[in-house]
Design a protein around this ligand. Structure first.
Ligand code: FMN
Length: 202
């Protein structure tokens, strides 16, 4: 912050974001989540592919969604440990809101799939930042089971759509400290006519 009395700048807010899965109600309401997800649509998007789709799961539908998750987990691995099932059931049915992060890719486009996927990732980052700016918290988790046909069908995913994971969303139970971040000096370098070496790689 530039002075002791100044309100935090947008960059100060970005620099204070951290993930948390210690989340309680309230989740954003309908108008709030539409506005927050609109930040996702600000992601750079080569070729106007618009590869982002957001599936919002909230309220009573969380429990039925959790059952689809369990079904997919068992379909992926019939020997999946009961403990893992119980944890996923609890998280997907109790998180105030879950957002399915769909990558709606266009394999026919001249824009490489990697660029389309990066656009989805950029959108998710904007959503995490927007949640933080509005006083909410978020946590991005993987979706290793989501390729299962039963799950794809339950969500209505088309052949060219894949999940980039899920966002758990709600209000942080306590102020989020987050982990200590590495020193930026180790992750940036200036090109001076020679190959750039990074402290992080030494
Ligand atoms: C695509 C993606 C998938 C992730 N999946 C998981 C996950 O399944 N479980 C987990 O504990 N963290 C997962 N993470 C990491 C967390 O979302 C989070 O970034 C991490 O805990 C560090 O917190 P930070 O965002 O404050 O740095 C994932 C991150 C990304 C980008």
């Amino acid at each position: 912050m530039s002075s002791a009395h100044a309100s935090p700048s947008a960059l100060d807010v970005l620099l204070s974001r951290a993930s948390t899965d210690h989340l309680s109600a309230p989740a954003p309401d309908k108008a709030q989540i539409a506005r927050i997800l609109s930040a996702g649509l600000r992601a750079p998007d080569h070729g106007k592919i618009r590869p982002w789709r957001y599936i919002v799961i909230k309220g009573k539908h969380r429990v039925e969604f959790a059952e689809q998750v369990i079904k997919a987990m068992i379909s992926a691995d019939p020997k999946v440990p009961e403990k893992k099932i119980a944890k996923r059931r609890q998280r997907f049915s109790e998180m105030p809101m879950t957002i399915g992060l769909v990558m709606a890719l266009d394999p026919e486009s001249k824009i490489p799939l990697q660029e389309q996927e990066l656009s989805v990732g950029a959108g998710v980052m904007n959503v995490l930042n927007a949640l933080h700016m509005e006083g909410f918290g978020g946590f991005w988790v993987s979706s290793d089971f989501a390729g299962q046909p039963c799950f794809r069908e339950a969500l209505g995913l088309t052949d060219s759509q894949r999940l980039a994971g899920f966002l758990f969303v709600g209000t942080p139970d306590k102020p989020v400290q987050g982990s200590k971040r590495p020193d930026i000096e180790d992750y940036m370098g200036f090109y001076k006519g020679e190959p750039v070496k990074f402290g992080a790689d030494q």
